[in-house]
Write a protein that binds this ligand. Structure first.
Ligand code: ZN
Ligand code: ZN
Length: 184
């Protein structure tokens, strides 16, 4: 098309426009509404709350889902090993730290066991593959040595596991110890 024929002046345009920034979206009603909005209705059936525009559900529904996911996890009684908040990043490395935590206003008491992992080494040949010929280089001997070295020297990094901490025994003991004080 020639430049001279490529446009025409229109005075009335039908379609969807964002009311705030006035961007035109044609037939795309959703995009126009989404553009500058801040909240949308929660998608949970029966919930009347608003959700932030990019979230699927409102804060209260998200919290309910979180609690449900936590409760569905396999659980084991607390055994003194490191534990971590399910919905946070605070670690309690031993029993004293756990007690300290329980004395604070922790909000939701949802803890999972922390799992220690060391870095592992796979294959030097793989690592250098871009700089090696097709048939590669046998690195199994050094790979073995690196793996062994890591096992002996690398610190363990702790991550949340998928096992929740059953605190009922801990609470029982504490209630017995501090029974007089905590009774309401
Ligand atoms: Zn807009
Ligand atoms: Zn909701």
């Amino acid at each position: 098309m020639r430049y001279e024929d490529a446009a025409e002046h229109r005075t009335s345009i039908a379609g969807w426009v964002c009311k705030k920034c006035e961007r035109y979206y044609g037939d795309n009603e959703h995009a126009a509404r989404y553009c500058c909005c801040e909240s949308r209705p929660c998608t949970t059936e029966g919930c009347e709350n608003r959700r932030q525009k990019s979230w699927i559900s409102c804060a209260s529904c998200r919290h309910k889902h979180l609690v449900a996911r936590f409760e569905a996890l396999e659980s084991k009684p607390y055994d003194g090993s490191p534990v971590v908040e399910y919905n946070g990043d605070r670690f309690m490395w031993d029993e004293d730290e756990l007690y300290e935590y329980l004395d604070e206003d922790y909000g939701d008491l949802m803890l999972v066991f922390a799992e220690g992992r060391q870095p592992t080494w796979d294959c030097l040949g793989e690592y250098l593959s871009d700089d090696l010929p097709e048939d590669g280089l046998d690195t199994s001997e050094i790979d073995e040595q690196i793996s062994q070295w890591l096992k002996e020297n690398a610190p363990k990094m702790y991550w949340p596991s998928k096992v929740r901490v059953d605190l009922s025994k801990v609470e029982e003991v504490r209630n017995r110890q501090f029974g007089g004080e905590v009774q309401t």
